[in-house]
Design a protein around this ligand. Structure first.
Ligand SMILES: CC(C)(COP(=O)(O)OP(=O)(O)OC[C@H]1O[C@@H](n2cnc3c(N)ncnc32)[C@H](O)[C@@H]1OP(=O)(O)O)[C@@H](O)C(=O)NCCC(=O)NCCS
Length: 174
């Protein structure tokens, strides 16, 4: 068992978590290809993002010793009606808390919530050079669907995007 798991708590995010969520995301925007976002997020923009989540599209936070160590979300994949049972997952862990199982725990909590919410497919999009994230999502059971070549451009480099999916049992209407 990873060291952090004993004192780890995963719960739904609230507006009080926004500064920590924003800090974690800012690091990813500025320094990594974990996201292809290139605009440094403001607290206000993250607050708007959080407002658009909730209900069927939760944001979860991992709390260690009272501090937000990471977050994960289910987001709309496509707003056309027939995609109702599909969502996209994201997971981010603060640098100081990585490699202790928090990303794995967040993805597991997200999957369990997705099952409750009757999602059938969760999609993860991961840049091909982000080997840690690929390991994380494949370890959680996501399977590779394909690669969109050179679809992103960040840090003066064309980026390939791997698309992975997790299929969950779901009977629409039940
Ligand atoms: C990807 C990320 C969420 C992983 O979080 P984490 O809490 O460190 O993940 P875990 O500790 O649960 O580790 C998951 C697996 O990845 C491995 N791993 C984690 N960091 C690693 C690293 N730097 N190098 C190699 N393997 C690594 C772990 O060993 C583990 O594999 P195992 O189960 O075989 O032991 C984290 O690195 C991160 O936030 N990265 C930036 C954001 C990002 O890329 N998000 C994904 C895009 S949506």
């Amino acid at each position: 068992m990873h060291r952090a798991q004993a004192k780890l708590r995963i719960r739904d995010a609230t507006s009080h978590d926004l500064p920590a969520i924003t800090d974690i995301y800012t690091d990813a925007v500025l320094n990594t290809v974990a996201t292809l976002d290139t605009v440094t997020p403001s607290l206000a923009s993250r607050a708007e993002w959080l407002q658009h989540h909730g209900g069927r599209f939760p944001v979860l936070v991992a709390v260690v010793d009272g501090n937000v160590a990471g977050w994960a979300s289910l987001s709309v994949w496509n707003d056309r009606g027939a995609y109702t049972h599909t969502a996209e997952s994201s997971v981010y862990v603060a640098r100081t808390h990585r490699k202790r199982g928090i990303g794995t725990s967040l993805l597991a909590a997200l999957e369990s919530r997705a099952r409750e919410l009757t999602f059938h497919v969760i999609i993860a999009r991961v840049v091909s050079t982000n080997e840690t994230s690929l390991k994380l999502v494949r370890g959680a059971g996501y399977v590779d669907v394909g690669v969109i070549r050179e679809v992103g451009y960040k840090f003066d480099t064309w980026l390939d995007m791997c698309v992975l999916q997790l299929i969950l049992p779901c009977i629409p209407g039940k």
